[in-house]
Design a binder for this molecule. Sequence first.
Ligand SMILES: Cc1cc2nc3c(=O)[nH]c(=O)nc-3n(C[C@H](O)[C@H](O)[C@H](O)COP(=O)(O)O)c2cc1C
Length: 211
Amino acid sequence: MSDAQKQIVTVGVTGASGAILAQKMLVLLEEDPRVARVHLVVTETGQRLFTEELGIISGDLKQLPSRILGHPGAKIEMLPNKDVGAAIASGSYAVDAMVIIPCSMDTLGAIANGISDDLVARAADVMLKEGRKLVLCVRDTPLNRVHLENMLRAQQAGAVIMPAVPAFYHHPKSIDDLVTQYVCRVLAQMGLAQDKMYRWTGTLASKKAEA
Ligand SMILES: Cc1cc2nc3c(=O)[nH]c(=O)nc-3n(C[C@H](O)[C@H](O)[C@H](O)COP(=O)(O)O)c2cc1C
């Protein structure tokens, strides 16, 4: 596969619980030969969540991708959230897919209402206006009416709403099993289906009935 055929992806990380989901997403994108470049934007509260939940201190932002991966990465470019003049803030720069993982209700609200005063929200706004794939891994519980209405608005504008809710039908044995299956489902939405994703093929009972 030539570099021109490989995907350019944006990953936004905001201040909702689930930093481990962002970490797994970045590990899988870094390993994926179909991906040429990953633009990473982490909000201020997103940085705090990496520290609170994974003990990863941002420090010099340029070093954050290697701290998240646990080793130096080759594809991940860290962009400051204040830089609304970055390439991904323009529709003329071709990003194939963007995911916000996890996505706070605050950032969801900004996207649903066309407010783009930081790079995460602006890059998401661009994906919608250009008709490109945007996946929002929203997380909060319980949800109030404003949250629910914002999800509907964002979905009607073209976003995929992918609540950070784990599945159990693959009989997970560890947190990593839960996280990996969820992130693989998100990657499939982004056009990057993973071999390691569990695929339901029907219950034993229904297979016996068919035979
Ligand atoms: C430890 C911690 C956990 C949080 N968890 C959530 C959450 O799960 N969902 C959410 O919508 N907000 C959560 N918040 C609140 C958001 O971080 C807050 O609304 C913030 O303004 C979001 O900003 P951002 O979207 O720019 O990251 C949490 C905050 C902290 C400090």
